[in-house]
Design a protein around this ligand. Structure first.
Ligand SMILES: Cc1cc2nc3c(=O)[nH]c(=O)nc-3n(C[C@H](O)[C@H](O)[C@H](O)COP(=O)(O)OP(=O)(O)OC[C@H]3O[C@@H](n4cnc5c(N)ncnc54)[C@H](O)[C@@H]3O)c2cc1C
Length: 336
């Protein structure tokens, strides 16, 4: 069994930055994640998409931000348990916690930080006969590398930010791109919707609104060949397709964290905004997984929460003693 000051559940951007903030207070962290790689949503959903609202970076690819965070926390030598779904959380003597994973790994920690984001990733799927047989054979729910779609005939489906953003990214990559949306209005950012509409007007992509996915057609080898769609009041249309990417969002699945006895609001963990501690002393929750009045699910907000959490965790571990607060320009970054 390994021992650490703080066990962080979730290696998304917020869990990673928490290592830094804890490290500044001389607290050592062990980070666990179900995924085999660090980066959370940034690695799993949109590694090649630019982000524009990280302070100091006018634009940075999500994957590059993860690399920068890993570089920033390196001096604190965090340990990682990747490919480890955390299942159990048990109080032990001295106010400490025993964290255990499905694989049987155990970590004894002075405090626990839940940075589990959306929980375990479960994409919402369209209700289509034969869908599962074509998953990985033309049907996919996450775009890791847009270049994988170069020169292909791609049908995207959805009307939120993800569908609009990926349409704008894939328009220069795919040989043929169609966006199918069941409603006439988009839920995503109006600015992105306007850009998609302008591209459709100029003939760069096919935009089918008020259109439903009807069925899928496979070729003799069992790979996707065509997607049948229907626009309201019109004939059925067969779209030749190498790829169908339904982007209907992710169902938040708290997974095992839901059974840890923490106060929840829908599927998010309630916290106080002074320390980001949950209803259970010694357990903190930061990033997309928590909720409080005014919560914004942004990386920026998660970074702020990590700083306050670190001070709260320090006080919990040191019997209420306050850490001394100094700017990093004064202290520098002293490795652990
Ligand atoms: C398409 C898209 C574009 C976005 N663009 C922006 C943007 O431009 N700017 C911005 O600020 N935000 C953006 N966001 C939101 C941003 O990605 C999230 O706010 C951010 O990822 C939250 O980070 P996190 O570390 O809290 O959670 P996550 O990134 O979700 O990471 C949580 C990690 O916890 C792990 N985990 C969960 N449960 C367990 C468990 N039981 N055991 C082990 N591991 C577990 C998960 O596997 C995951 O790796 C975007 C989101 C999407 C989907």
């Amino acid at each position: 069994m390994m021992e650490t000051d703080v066990c962080i559940v979730g290696a998304g951007p917020v869990g990673l930055f928490a290592v830094f903030e804890l490290g500044l207070l001389r607290l050592k962290a062990h980070v666990m994640d179900t995924l085999p790689v660090v980066g959370g949503q940034l690695a799993e959903i949109y590694p090649r998409k630019p982000i524009y609202d990280i302070p100091g970076y006018p634009s940075i690819l999500a994957g590059d931000l993860v690399d920068r965070l890993m570089e920033q926390i390196a001096p604190f030598h965090p340990s990682f348990g990747l490919g480890q779904k955390v299942r159990g959380l048990e109080a032990v003597e001295g106010g400490r916690w025993l964290v255990s994973s499905e694989n049987g790994d155990q970590v004894l920690a002075g405090a626990v930080v839940i940075a589990g984001g959306l929980g375990c990733f479960e994409p919402r799927k369209p209700d289509l006969v034969g869908l599962e047989a074509l998953e990985g054979r033309g049907v996919t729910y996450m775009i890791r590398d847009p270049q994988a779609f170069r020169g292909r005939k791609v049908v995207l489906a959805g009307g939120g930010d993800s569908a609009l953003d990926w349409t704008l990214q894939l328009v220069d990559v795919a040989e043929e791109l169609t966006l199918v949306h069941r409603s006439s209005a988009f839920r995503g950012a109006p600015e992105s919707a306007a850009r998609v509409q302008a591209l459709a007007d100029s003939g760069r992509l096919r935009l089918l609104t008020s259109t439903s996915l009807l069925s899928l057609q496979a070729n003799g080898d069992g790979w996707l060949e065509a997607v049948l769609v229907q626009t309201q009041g019109q004939e059925t249309l067969s779209l030749v397709a190498d790829d169908l990417i339904p982007l209907y969002g992710l169902t938040p699945q708290l997974g095992p964290i839901a059974d840890w006895g923490l106060a929840l609001d829908a599927s998010a963990i309630q916290v106080n905004t002074e320390t980001y501690q949950t209803s259970v002393p010694g357990i903190f929750a930061i990033g997309d997984i928590n909720t409080y009045p005014g919560k914004l699910k942004l990386i920026l907000s998660g970074f702020h929460e990590a700083a306050l959490m670190a001070h709260g965790a320090y006080r919990y571990i040191h019997g209420g003693a306050k850490p001394s607060f100094k700017y990093t320009t004064v202290t520098g970054v002293k490795g652990l």
